[in-house]
Design a protein around this ligand. Structure first.
Ligand code: GSH
Length: 218
């Protein structure tokens, strides 16, 4: 049996979809949780100085979306043809862009730069993306692409709570079809089982996000 390992912070961010895809597949894997406060010791020993990392039989790789795509292929969570795979990829990259825009605001260290980012982010960028994600979820019958469950739904569902905390948003409130995407992943028996035994809680995320939240006029 392949020896698998995921190394990521004890936060439900970019490593979380990888954990969920493996949990869905039912394979055993080592889930290495790193306390971000201890990260600087490990950083120089990683391939590109960042997490998550995925290991398979001693081979190690970084880049979360590439890993998700790989696991999606492996566990048949892909489209019916190359075009659908392209749509799934495009949705994943767009979702990553959205996350990064919220993270850039959260982590912006300069007060006045942060204040300048706030209005366009909350009045334009976030509604712009959410409206389009919601439309896609509606058109794809409760999935983000390809009208079926694919790895990009795992990406979305596994990170949305963390992003909501980071951006102080309630993303699902006005987006019923995105709530369906979330439920379609979270209600999978293997995912429910995973969360029953899961050691992570959003409590640590709240503490972590508060400790890294830069001032601005919040
Ligand atoms: N494009 C990379 C980004 C990875 C990334 O930004 N990792 C962050 C955590 S989400 C990290 O390792 N931060 C610590 C650091 O850069 O020192 C991916 O998706 O895997």
């Amino acid at each position: 049996m392949a020896k698998l390992k995921v190394t990521y912070f004890n936060l439900p961010a970019f490593g979380e979809p990888i954990r969920l895809l493996l949990a869905y597949s039912g394979v055993e894997f080592e889930d290495v949780l790193i306390d971000p406060n201890n990260w600087l010791n490990l950083k120089p020993k990683t391939p590109f100085g960042q997490l998550p990392l995925y290991e398979e039989n001693g081979k190690i790789i970084n880049q979360s979306v590439a890993i998700m795509r790989y696991l999606g292929k492996k566990y048949k969570l892909i489209g019916a043809d190359d075009w659908e795979d392209l749509e799934i990829d495009a949705m994943a990259e767009t979702f990553r862009d959205f996350i990064i825009k919220i993270a850039m605001y959260h982590y912006e260290p300069n007060d006045s730069a942060k204040d300048k980012l706030k209005e366009p982010l909350y009045k334009e960028t976030i509604p712009f993306y959410l409206e389009r994600f919601e439309k896609s979820a509606k058109e794809n019958g409760g999935y983000l692409a390809a009208k079926k469950l694919t790895w990009v739904d795992f990406f979305f569902a596994s990170m949305i709570d963390y992003i909501s905390l980071m951006g102080k948003l309630n993303i699902m409130e006005n987006n019923p079809n995105l709530k369906v995407v979330y439920d379609n992943v979270m209600n999978l028996p293997a995912i429910k089982k995973w969360y029953e035994k899961y050691p992570l809680s959003l409590e640590f995320s709240k503490v972590w996000l508060e400790s890294t939240r830069k001032p601005g006029k919040e």
